[in-house]
Design a binder for this molecule. Structure first.
Ligand SMILES: Cc1cc2nc3c(=O)[nH]c(=O)nc-3n(C[C@H](O)[C@H](O)[C@H](O)COP(=O)(O)OP(=O)(O)OC[C@H]3O[C@@H](n4cnc5c(N)ncnc54)[C@H](O)[C@@H]3O)c2cc1C
Length: 358
């Protein structure tokens, strides 16, 4: 009998784990994906949508799951009874041999008064902001990355793309500022990335404020911490990320799940976690996929596949879409590469990237 593997969530980490299990232990596992939505959204490309509508970002999950070697069940994970190997879900209790929790995070507004950009759902707000810029109703635009758990990359992309949008239309007197709580731009990607991005922002005329965490936007003033104010007509902010509460699982005060190096959830037999929900400071699709591979390998080794569990050793990679088809930046452990094909492999998932582009 194949082992029943329930993967809760149907996003980046869930699909990567299903694909990894198919590759490592196809005939030893029966994989079920439990997903809250009917679609898989490829959110990284949503930063391009306000500027060039029509970029495909959505996949039907039932078909995608089957192609990844799994079954799709629409539903929501509510809690776990690890001792009984049962998941409490919106569609009843589901028994499992192994559970992988990959439910992502809840993005919420961190800067009152700003437009929070969470991906596809906020495309129209960005389009309306761009209309205001083109029509001259908004001249000073700030992009804000507040403190805490956030996705920083999209805010850089939005700032750079807005700069390109304005330049292409020869609109004068637009002031763009990126205010970030980071000490250097995109600091998680390392010094080489920070230097390149700082230079790129300068070339595009985007002012940079580092160590400036946005608090609120009201009456044309963006308040920043430490004590600072910036005048702006519109502010676009990154959301703050939190984990949803799941009964029966250990979680930090912000809802993140602690795991050991093999992606096992602390204190819960046969329960694993991967993706943004994990208590790891960097929230990113590539890291989500790496955690998924670690969890899948751990599970595959336990069901008798010819593979050894490997500990999580994060490698950060990213692709910054700059709005210039000939100059996007790929951040890799070896440094920073100029890149020209904009829409491939935004998320560095070993199995997921070729699966989606193949
Ligand atoms: C605009 C934008 C641009 C980005 N750009 C990049 C980029 O260029 N590169 C990069 O690496 N990362 C990027 N990211 C971050 C990346 O999208 C996330 O880090 C990644 O999707 C996290 O994967 P995940 O599987 O943990 O969560 P998700 O991909 O969010 O998937 C979670 C899934 O779980 C489902 N779900 C939620 N709750 C439940 C529940 N209780 N039960 C069952 N299912 C549930 C959700 O519906 C969803 O399908 C970007 C994010 C945004 C918003």
């Amino acid at each position: 009998m194949p082992a029943r593997v329930l993967i809760a969530g149907a996003g980046v980490a869930a699909l990567e784990a299903a694909l990894a299990l198919r590759s490592l232990a196809a005939d030893r596992v029966d994989v079920e994906l439990l997903g809250a939505e009917h679609h898989f959204w490829y959110r990284p490309l949503s930063v391009t949508e306000p500027f060039e509508p029509g970029v495909a970002m959505r996949y039907e999950l039932p078909a995608l799951a089957v192609a990844a070697g799994a079954r799709f069940t629409p539903g929501t994970l509510l809690g776990v009874d690890a001792a009984r190997h049962e998941a409490t879900t919106s569609v009843g209790d589901i028994g499992y041999d192994f559970l992988l929790v990959a439910v992502g995070v809840l993005p919420s507004s961190a800067v009152a008064g700003a437009v929070t950009f969470r991906g596809p759902a906020d495309r129209e707000k960005l389009e309306s902001l761009l209309d205001d810029v083109v029509a001259g109703r908004a001249r000073r635009i700030a992009f804000a990355i507040p403190e805490g758990e956030v996705w920083p990359l999209p805010l850089y992309e939005l700032a750079l793309r807005t700069a390109a949008h304005v330049a292409q239309r020869r609109i004068k007197e637009v002031e763009l500022t990126l205010a970030t709580s980071e000490v250097a731009p995109l600091q998680v990607f390392g010094d080489a990335a920070s230097i390149e991005v700082r230079q790129l922002l300068r070339e595009r005329g985007v002012s940079l404020l580092c160590g400036a965490s946005a608090l609120s936007f009201r009456d044309g003033v963006l308040r920043l911490h430490p004590e600072r104010e910036l005048e702006a007509d519109r502010v676009v902010a990154a959301p703050r990320l939190r984990g949803a509460w799941l009964e029966g699982l250990p979680q930090t005060r912000f809802g993140f799940i602690p795991i050991d190096p093999f992606a096992r959830v602390e204190g819960c037999d046969d329960v694993y976690a991967a993706g943004d929900i994990v208590d790891f400071p960097v929230k990113q699709g590539g890291i989500a996929a790496q955690l998924a591979d670690v969890a899948a390998t751990s599970i595959a080794s336990l069901v008798g596949a010819d593979v050894q569990a490997v500990p999580f050793e994060p490698v950060l990679e990213g692709l910054l879409l700059t709005g210039d088809p000939d100059r996007s930046l790929r951040f890799e452990p070896g440094g920073v590469l100029n890149f020209s094909a904009e829409q491939q492999g935004k998320i560095a998932g070993r199995h997921l990237a070729p699966f989606l582009t193949g």
